[in-house]
Write a protein that binds this ligand. Structure first.
Ligand SMILES: Nc1ncnc2c1ncn2[C@@H]1O[C@H](COP(=O)(O)OP(=O)(O)O)[C@@H](O)[C@H]1O
Ligand SMILES: [Mg+2]
Length: 474
């Protein structure tokens, strides 16, 4: 297994190598098309041009030669006319006589503008084609000394093809030109390929370096180091990735610090009453304590135990809420009834506190979809705050009403209000804005609970009027 893995590791291509190879392959294909398709095409076109030049020469200059066929013209005159046509066109001109024999025809050269020995090398296949079709024929012929382009025009005498005049010229110029072009394509291709390889490798390596930087940053974050942000040096996709990565890193850093703070505060909150308890227990062990002091100490012990109980219940609630494991049982609830009964629970406390609590609910039911136990918990938290964080003698008003598809439950007091700077943070766990003894978990739990029931808890505070509003779906 490890053998296979290590082979794979060695064969694995890096991003930059893969890109460089891809660019090179594209270049290679482009040059192969040039070499294998464009260059032969060029050759065909150039040869075609040469052949049509030859056939137009044949059209223009054959008449004087053709007229000698079947006449009693001396051979030297015929040769002169052939030479004249060759001189005028620059082609080699050959006049061949056709003798019809059984099963075909035979060709014999009568006059040639160049030496006869040169004619021997040519087979003049085009001449045979011209005889059989009775029309002008063009074509190329390969000889030992190179390709030759030919145009043959038939000469009719007494209804038969009596002779053929062949115009020929070496096509080696064309072939040489195309070969040169091909060679140059090869050289240019090799240079371009090399440049493409180097260029694409450099570009790809620069990209790969940037990706590597992201990878290293991600590894750091994974190891718990949120300090260093990645420099954002461009606005392209990788730059945007770096921006997104930095945003994620910041968020993770915030979460991490919130988590650490939560644990630190929670353990501090738990430690304080436990230290206090152990102090009182030690004091109570003293047997010479008088009854009054002993009772006072016991009262303190009871207070601290109550504080610990509340704190542990709150912490448990909050952790269940944040992990999403708190189970809610939503149902249709009459909020008027619920508001009245929760407010009633506070009567004994109100008597001590010297505050007044007013409940204002319209006649009839106000239905909302929610978990009644949890809504009661929120209302308790809000009324408790209105009592604890206001001077004694304050007036508290709890009201419920319908409002555009929602139900609003408001707890309002006429206390000094919440400092505007603290207002944005009162829903954070453990945040307390005044000296009243509290763990700062109440509003955090209340707003999480509201969110779980598709509702919302909001606050509006100014001196003399602080209103917490719980909005729930109707
Ligand atoms: N009705 C209110 N009037 C003034 N301040 C309030 C009121 N309700 C809440 N607060 C402020 O918001 C803070 C957070 O409240 P809470 O989360 O219930 O924690 P705790 O009551 O344990 O301090 C309180 O410490 C207090 O400063
Ligand atoms: Mg509170």
């Amino acid at each position: 297994m490890s053998g296979i893995a290590s082979v794979r590791g060695r064969v694995r291509l890096s991003l930059s190598n893969r890109l460089a190879l891809l660019f090179a392959a594209i270049m290679l294909i482009a040059f192969a098309v040039l070499y294998l398709y464009v260059a032969p095409g060029l050759q065909t076109r150039l040869l075609g041009d040469q052949l049509s030049q030859l056939s137009s020469d044949a059209h223009a200059h054959s008449r004087p030669i053709a007229r000698t066929v079947g006449s009693a013209e001396p051979l030297s005159n015929v040769q002169d006319r052939v030479n004249a046509a060759a001189l005028a066109t620059g082609d080699r001109v050959t006049l061949m006589l056709v003798s019809h024999v059984a099963g075909g025809s035979e060709l014999s050269t009568l006059a040639d503008s160049s030496r006869r020995s040169a004619t021997a090398a040519l087979s003049f296949a085009v001449a045979r084609r011209a005889i059989s079709t009775g029309l002008m024929a063009t074509g190329t012929e390969r000889t030992r000394s190179g390709t030759v382009a030919e145009a043959a025009t038939p000469v009719m005498f007494r209804g038969r093809t009596a002779a053929v005049i062949v115009y020929s010229a070496p096509a080696s110029g064309v072939v040489r030109a195309v070969t040169t072009v091909r060679d140059q394509i090869l050289v240019a291709g090799a240079i371009a390929l090399l440049l493409a390889l180097i260029g694409s490798y450099l570009v790809a390596r620069a990209l790969a370096l940037r990706v590597k930087r992201l990878e290293r940053a991600a590894e750091k974050v994974a190891a718990g180091d949120f300090e260093e942000a990645i420099p954002v040096d461009s606005s392209d996709e990788l730059g945007q990735l770096a921006v997104a990565f930095n945003a994620m890193q910041r968020q993770l850093a915030q979460l991490e610090s919130a988590r650490k703070k939560f644990i630190a505060t929670a353990s501090h909150e738990l430690r304080t009453p436990i230290f206090s308890l152990s102090g009182f227990v030690e004091l109570l062990e003293d047997e010479e304590l008088d009854v009054g002091t002993r009772r006072r100490f016991l009262e303190q012990v009871r207070d601290q135990v109550e504080r610990l109980r509340k704190l542990s219940v709150d912490l448990l609630d909050l952790s269940r809420l944040e992990s999403g494991s708190l189970e809610l049982r939503p149902e249709q609830v009459d909020l008027s009834e619920l508001t009245r009964s929760v407010s009633g629970e506070f009567e004994p406390v109100l008597a001590q506190h010297d505050s007044r609590l007013e409940v204002r609910v319209p006649a009839g039911r106000i239905e909302a979809t929610c978990d009644p136990v949890r809504v009661a918990q929120i209302v308790r938290i809000l009324i408790d705050n209105a009592l604890v964080h206001t001077p004694s003698g304050s007036r508290i008003m709890v009201s419920t009403r319908r409002a555009d598809g929602h139900v609003r439950l408001a707890v309002r007091d006429d206390g000094e209000g919440i400092d505007p700077q603290a207002l944005g943070r009162i829903f954070e766990p453990f945040f307390t804005a005044d000296d009243a003894q509290g763990s700062g978990l109440g509003l955090a739990i209340a707003s999480e609970l509201a969110g779980c029931m598709a509702g919302r808890l909001s606050v509006d505070s100014r001196p003399g009027d602080t209103t917490f509003t719980l909005e729930l779906p109707a």
